[in-house]
Design a protein around this ligand. Structure first.
Ligand code: UDP
Length: 349
């Protein structure tokens, strides 16, 4: 079956494309290439790429029907929806850009999926809109109370920035579209995506890089002068923030399982995706020093506005209902895979 992967040229989307290929699906990518990489899709993964904005309905229609000149072939039977802007700070500075791209773009996609021209009528498949798996985030939970850790899918959602709110709004769109039009959908709320394919061929430079693990590795590799710890006075054992770092290959696997579940049973589902283990900023730095055998300079800075002290998932629901178990739950393995990529990209610079 042909599966449209929006944002498939990005970090998590490209790992999902590979997981789909391994599971026997035929992915096709739509990406505006603002942050994605053509080389990964066309040369590394060998998948058709349509370069377009998500809210370009005409291009979407042609792609879904299998009539796009850049991706001729079968019509699309399911969607994995990753395409989004994902910089929290930027979303505060320029919320219009985030609501336009993330929310309005998703609405255009969902409208296309309920268009009778794109609904499923194949023998054996349930009639109605094709299934969609949506890439959401733990940022939709905002700053959970201490007694809400580990975070379950039923933990109240209270996003605190436009990025988190844009993802939360799309979750609401999906719930309404499921109820009104029977759209089968699964919402996957990622915790901190990290690591890279062990083959280290699916990642490209992220500019600007804001995430802790790549920044620490770049400092260890000498590409940055130091790593800055944002806040050492949090109510945690070592005073630094605790996060749940989940390997991108494990996230990718969860998308395939979610898609297969939707194909079998339809419905509307929500799952947290994390390891269930929390690691502080200092844990990450210590583990990265051990993995690489290198040293780095550490600077201290005030807290970053909007950073919750602790975000750790309960991923029991995904385990019970999807049969999902992270293959790489250890922080050291995740960091080692990210380091392999960092070394490759360092030699390329
Ligand atoms: N962090 C840090 N220094 C950095 C980048 C991040 O101390 O240069 C901290 C950040 O405050 C948070 C954790 O590392 O507590 C993870 O941040 P990241 O941006 O990777 O992910 P987030 O949890 O914000 O989605």
């Amino acid at each position: 079956m042909r599966v449209l992967v929006t944002g498939g040229a990005g970090l998590i989307g490209s790992h999902a494309v590979r997981a789909l290929q391994r599971a026997g699906f035929e992915p096709v990518v739509l990406d505006n290439l603002v942050f994605g990489h053509r080389r990964i899709v066309e040369q590394v993964l060998g998948v058709p790429l349509v370069v377009a904005q998500l809210d370009d309905r005409q291009q979407l229609d042609r792609l879904l029907a299998g009539q796009h000149p850049d991706a001729p072939g079968a019509s699309v039977g399911a969607v994995l929806h990753f395409a989004a802007f994902a910089y929290v700070g930027e979303s505060v500075q320029d919320p219009a850009r985030y609501y336009r791209n993330n929310v309005a773009g998703s609405l255009t996609l969902l409208e296309a999926l309920i268009d009778p021209r794109h609904q499923r009528s194949a023998p054996g498949a349930a009639a109605g809109p094709m299934p969609l798996v949506f890439s959401s985030t733990c940022a939709t939970y905002g700053i959970p109370a201490a007694d809400q850790i580990p975070i379950r899918e039923t933990t109240p959602q209270n996003p605190i920035n436009p990025y988190g709110r844009s993802k939360w709004m799309i979750e609401q769109l999906l719930a309404d579209f499921h109820l009104a039009y029977g759209l089968p959908a699964t919402i996957l709320r990622y915790f901190n995506a990290a690591g890279a394919d062990p083959a280290s061929d699916l990642d490209e430079d992220h500019t600007p890089e804001t995430h802790l693990i790549p920044l620490v590795l770049e400092a260890l590799a000498g590409r940055r002068s130091s790593i800055c710890i944002y806040g050492s006075d949090y109510p945690t054992p070592d005073g630094t923030c605790i996060r749940d770092y989940i390997h991108v290959c494990d996230l990718a696997d969860a998308h395939v399982l979610a898609l297969q579940q939707l194909q079998r049973h339809g419905g509307l589902h929500h799952y947290n995706l994390g390891t269930g283990r929390g690691h502080s900023v200092l844990d990450v730095i210590t583990t990265a020093r051990r993995v690489t055998g290198l040293e780095l300079q550490i600077d201290q800075a005030p807290r970053r506005p909007g950073d919750p002290p602790v975000l750790v998932a309960s991923a029991e629901k995904a385990a019970a209902e999807l049969g999902w178990q992270p293959r790489f739950p250890d922080l050291a393995t995740t960091i080692e895979h990210a380091w392999r990529w960092c070394q490759r990209s360092c030699t390329r610079v």
